[in-house]
Design a binder for this molecule. Structure first.
Ligand SMILES: [Mg+2]
Length: 247
């Protein structure tokens, strides 16, 4: 990491951070991660430094994120923005489980027959994880395409790192960031988003449109991000160094 490859830290930023693959190494299964106390302390200090304008923006559910980062409770978008807790504490959540019943049944049958695959029901979305059974990748894509037909025209496929997710149109990290930016204490600040995966591209596009900074972590694909960090450790080191910058 060299400083020239990153934007100069400013205390008038609104900072949005993805979690898995950005702050934490991706684990074999979503529940196999733990958050070092040092990172929790760092986020608490950064949130104070930014006047509360720090939010996590993740594919995980908010309840899951709160558990990981306890006792810290930051503003947060979960399930790629299908759930969002504003800085005020107000919680918004969409529930598409009725529309996803048939798709869920198909994917539950499929995962039961394919050891190592895992179906996660987020209420607003269905995520098929195959990290522990990569040989099933092609079959998993076929199964999700089939389930997507059962979900109907209001849903789409979001691919991630060893995960395939069916979620409603109109849900995404870009919209979640834009929603935060319309509210205090984010409004009027410069948005900065750090993420790693395909689902983060919508967030990069949103902060670029708002004149902010988009930072991709460990990405070797074409990306909308303007800046780059090598890996999760580099993100944490950069955030720690930023705390040392003069206010
Ligand atoms: Mg990620």
């Amino acid at each position: 990491m060299t400083a020239a490859l990153l934007p100069q830290w400013r205390d008038d930023w609104a900072l949005f951070l993805d979690v898995d693959g950005t702050l934490l190494k991706i684990a074999a299964a979503p529940d196999a991660v733990s958050v070092p106390q040092r990172l929790i302390d760092l986020l608490a200090k950064l949130g104070e430094r930014l006047g509360g304008a720090l939010a996590l923006v993740s594919g995980r559910l908010i309840v899951d994120i709160d558990g990981l980062f306890a006792p810290l409770r930051l503003p947060v978008a979960g399930a790629h923005g299908a759930e969002r807790r504003a800085a005020s504490g107000r919680l918004q959540r969409r529930d598409d489980s009725d529309a996803l019943v048939a798709a869920k049944r198909r994917l539950a049958e499929w995962t039961a027959a394919h050891p190592g695959t895992l179906l996660e029901d987020k209420g607003s979305a269905l995520a098929l994880h195959y990290r522990q059974a990569p040989a099933f990748e092609a079959a998993a894509k076929h199964a999700v395409a089939d389930a997507l037909l059962a979900a109907g025209p209001d849903f789409h496929l979001q691919e991630g790192k060893k995960v395939l997710e069916i979620r409603a149109d109109g849900v995404g990290k870009g919209r979640a960031i834009a929603a935060f930016m319309s509210e205090p204490p984010f409004a009027g600040r410069l948005p900065v988003f750090v993420g790693d995966d395909l689902t983060d591209e919508a967030g990069f596009e949103t902060v670029n449109r708002l004149g902010g900074h988009s930072i991709a972590v460990g990405v070797d694909r074409a990306t909308h991000a303007k800046w780059h960090l090598a890996d999760e450790a580099s993100v944490v080191a950069w955030l720690e160094a930023s705390l040392g910058e003069p206010q």
